[in-house]
Ligand binder design. Structure first.
Ligand SMILES: *Cc1c(COP(=O)(O)O)cnc(C)c1O
Length: 446
């Protein structure tokens, strides 16, 4: 629970030191003249504690990564054990038990014949790997014109140049446009865009028809379609009907285009099933995972692919190998953290328990979903989102600041407020989250 401490705040000193040397991500640094940085000194469960002892409920899982709380005893124990064995060894020419065990388990857990695991450190690198692997596959298959990629309107796949090319978030993209490859973003299946009275399913089918129309004309020069299955995260937690995924798989098969499922944000139970693709019973050609993979502890990402893709590269010629590496590929500490995360899923029957938790939150949020300023209140698995009716151009920043005063870490995406709490959140903590959010909505000027 939050501890309130009345002694003199140490925040200004942290602020001063940080601004002199740390360039913060996705931040106009000048804004910190107005909004002080929050110095976090420790964490426990869903709580983050600042240097003055104030606790903040981490309702967005520290940018969507934290599944089982901060300083989780079981994940800590696994990392400490690994630390005394081997912290890291290069994965070219060497191997180790944690990376083998993790790959074996991911192979068993993921759909279809996915099971060849290529590791990197962050989500954007996983996107790069999937794009390059798909392109290279078609080159090796003699389809030299298949060099293009298609993604969805409002998709987000990371911010390195290749990943940014298939991303459709204007603020990230416009500035760097001259550096990016052209990419078509076809109609989004996000049901917020449906016509009045049109069902989510009908709208998803219309979006699938638009994709088919595009690929019918352009499949010969298209290597892959990359999508965020079920939820388009960065552009405001846009949710869509699983029928879209089913159709997408059929269409990609029909036109010989790879399907890359970017489950970097939604993998590991966020949509209610272990992987979002399971809800449409499909197997992508490439599955990108990161964020929750290590429980949010250490940078780790992986791309899983099929036997068909793997066999295409298996050859006597070195140039037919997949020519890609990241220095920290398969880091042993990160793999052990991931194994501990998978143990918790099994031992605690997490997916089942999350259903009960989601029901509790939905019941607790009845007043919130009916609030006059709230539109499109929606839930999928362990993600909730809604748009706030506001005229403020600075809504996101204002809501974030008001949240801190309520001891809540909430960081809206534009006018979309979302909850993506660690799965260990208790009913009492859910009540704090909902009541605090209602209070902010009632008191925020707009
Ligand atoms: C976060 C995210 C990425 C990028 O991951 P990083 O680790 O930030 O590079 C890619 N795709 C999706 C869907 C994401 O949510």
């Amino acid at each position: 629970m939050p501890i309130h401490n009345s002694s003199i705040s140490t925040t200004p000193l942290f602020q001063q030191r940080s601004l002199q040397s740390v360039w913060h991500p996705c931040t106009q640094m000048k804004q910190h003249e107005m909004f002080p940085l929050v110095p976090i000194v420790r964490g426990e469960g869903v709580w983050l504690y600042d240097a003055d002892g104030n606790g903040y409920l981490d309702a967005i899982g520290s940018w969507w990564v934290n599944l089982f709380g901060h300083v989780n005893p079981r994940i800590n124990a696994a990392i400490k054990d690994q630390l005394d064995r081997i912290e890291h060894v290069m994965l070219a020419g060497f191997t180790h038990e944690p990376v083998i065990a993790l790959s074996e388990r991911l192979k068993t857990m993921t759909p279809g014949d996915l099971g060849h695991c290529f590791y990197a450190s962050d989500g954007a690198s996983a996107t790069e790997i999937a794009l390059k692997m798909s392109f290279h596959y078609w080159q090796l298959a003699g389809k030299n014109h298949k060099t293009g990629f298609v993604s969805l309107q409002n998709d987000y796949h990371g911010e390195t140049l290749g990943a940014l090319s298939v991303t459709d978030v204007p603020i990230f993209k416009t500035t760097y446009a001259p550096l990016l490859r052209p990419c078509t973003h076809v109609m989004t299946p996000d049901w917020r865009y449906a016509e009045q009275g049109e069902s989510a399913e009908h709208y998803a089918l219309r979006a699938a028809a638009a994709l088919e129309e595009h690929l019918a004309r352009h499949h010969a020069e298209t290597a892959a379609l990359i999508i965020e299955p079920l939820i388009q995260g960065a552009m405001g937690m846009g949710m869509y009907h699983p029928i879209y995924l089913k159709r997408v798989r059929e269409i990609c098969d029909r036109y010989q285009v790879h399907l890359i499922a970017d489950e970097i944000a939604v993998g590991f139970g966020r949509t209610g099933t272990m992987f979002a693709c399971e809800q449409a019973n499909i197997t992508p050609d490439f599955l990108c995972l990161a964020k929750g993979l290590s429980g949010g502890y250490l940078p780790l990402s992986v791309v899983l692919t099929t036997d068909t893709v793997y066999q295409r590269f298996y050859d006597d010629q070195s140039a037919h190998a997949f020519l890609h590496s990241h220095t920290h590929t398969g880091n042993a500490l990160a793999c052990r953290a991931a194994l501990a995360v998978l143990d918790i899923f099994e031992q605690d029957n997490v997916l089942e328990r999350n259903k009960t938790k989601a029901t509790y939150l939905n019941n607790a949020a009845v007043a919130l979903s009916a609030h006059p300023k709230v539109n499109h209140f929606r839930n999928c698995g362990m993600i909730w989102a809604f748009e706030v009716d506001t005229g403020s151009a600075h809504f996101s920043q204002q809501f974030f600041q008001a949240g801190l005063k309520q001891r809540l870490l909430l960081r809206p995406l534009g006018k979309t407020v979302y909850f993506m709490p660690p799965y260990i959140i208790t009913d009492a903590e859910i009540d704090l989250l909902i009541n605090g959010t209602l209070h902010i909505l009632d008191t925020l000027e707009h």
